[in-house]
Design a protein around this ligand. Sequence first.
Ligand code: NAI
Length: 350
Amino acid sequence: MKLSRAELKSLMKNKLMRAGLKEEHAEITAEILTWSDERGYHSHGAVRVEYYSERISKGGITIEPNFQFKETGPCSAIFEGDNGSGYVAAKLAMDKAIEMAKKNGIAVVGIRNISHSGSIGYYTEMAAKKNLAAISFCQSDPMAVPVGGSEPYYGTNPISFAAPTADGRTVVFDMATTVQAWGKILDKRSRGESIPNTWAVDAKGNPVTDPNLVNALLPMAGAKGYGLMMMVDVFSGILLGVPFGKHVSSMYHDCSKGRELGQMHIVIDPARFVGIEEFKKNMSQCCDELNSITPADGYDKVYYPGERAELRKEKAYASGGIEIVDEIYEYLKSDDIHFNRYDHKNRFAD
Ligand code: NAI
């Protein structure tokens, strides 16, 4: 089913409001979910609405959160999320970080006690669109083994960086620190296909090719990815005083409780370094030079990070809209909330 941007966003917004989210929060959440779907990050778009709706309706996302922004220094602050919508908290915290970085050159804003905030590239892109460079990272449910381990300890702990160019392009690097997202395992399971032995491990920590035997995901790039996912947890968990490592709540364990997740935004004003015009000019040159590298066999082009997501967006609109799975469309159109589909499921909610 292909939907226009407006239709998809309004279906998601209405469903979130039906579940209990207030309009202002449903508007922001639906906007960011649409941002993901239109860029082809379907793992973080409409597919999540049913789960969020169950959590909202069961009280696991605070409807009237007491958001508090506490400046702890000229360049540092804590945004207290009160387990409200992670999308809204992360967006409002980035608004504040942008303001602080414009004023003082750099902003480090820790966001405490929030629910899932989706594709974190949305937040770094916000800063880049205001001529700033940004980094964001956050915790997620423990589902990846540390190198050499057999039990999950860290989440897919994503990291995003973004920077502006002189010509309207925005470089947005946005990735999970596991080889693959959990959604890709579910996809392979549903198709009855095997997975490469580099993606995941079984209950003993051995690599698996049968997606049904997967007990945990593997960090990307071995010990390097493991180190990155740990440091994401150090800076967005331990540093902010929220649960860390295996103590991070599972998305599905108890939908009536707040998730208490942490996220960190770091925003830098290039004006305090090389100067904004030179920074953007050189960013443009860098992207052009990458694009002009002769592709290796089997590749059509060298892309800069985020370029393919923009192309997917353009292609979607040129071909009649954003492709949404029929089942999800039917759910969004319906009056259902599906009260007991996710609650108390295993950590991967298969
Ligand atoms: P991915 O593997 O599709 O892409 C990762 C990055 O690599 C992107 O910046 C992309 O632009 C870049 N890239 C990919 N192929 C490229 C190529 N050929 N040339 C140049 N650049 C290329 O992303 P992944 O890891 O599957 O993450 C998807 C989304 O899931 C992200 O938006 C992430 O924020 C989100 N996520 C959110 C989590 C949360 O708990 N909030 C947890 C994990 C992921």
